[in-house]
Design a protein around this ligand. Structure first.
Ligand SMILES: [Zn+2]
Length: 95
């Protein structure tokens, strides 16, 4: 089997190699951006959880913990077990 001799094969290889370098750099940048976006999303979720938990602590201090923030109805124990910082009963979350 013979390798076809093409004019400019070396240049083509260089072009492709440069393109590969560029593509790999772009992929690395995308990976970094995705990781940043994921980290930002996680941090935002943690901040929300912290605010919810602080608000729940305030309600404990105020003696209103376990009451729905909307209609002062009881939040079912199972719901509080699943999310101890839940501010609303399931009905209010749905509505
Ligand atoms: Zn409610």
């Amino acid at each position: 089997m013979t390798t076809p001799q093409k004019v400019g094969a070396g240049e083509t290889a260089t072009l492709l190699k440069n393109r590969l370098v560029g593509l790999r750099e772009e992929l690395a940048r995308m990976d970094a951006m995705q990781q940043q976006a994921m980290a930002a999303g996680l941090a935002e979720r943690l901040r929300t959880d912290i605010r919810k938990t602080e608000a729940a602590l305030d309600r404990v201090a105020a003696g209103s913990y376990g009451e729905c923030c909307r209609y002062a109805a009881e939040i079912p124990a199972a719901r509080l077990a699943a999310d101890p910082a839940a501010p609303f009963c399931a009905d209010c979350v749905k509505g």
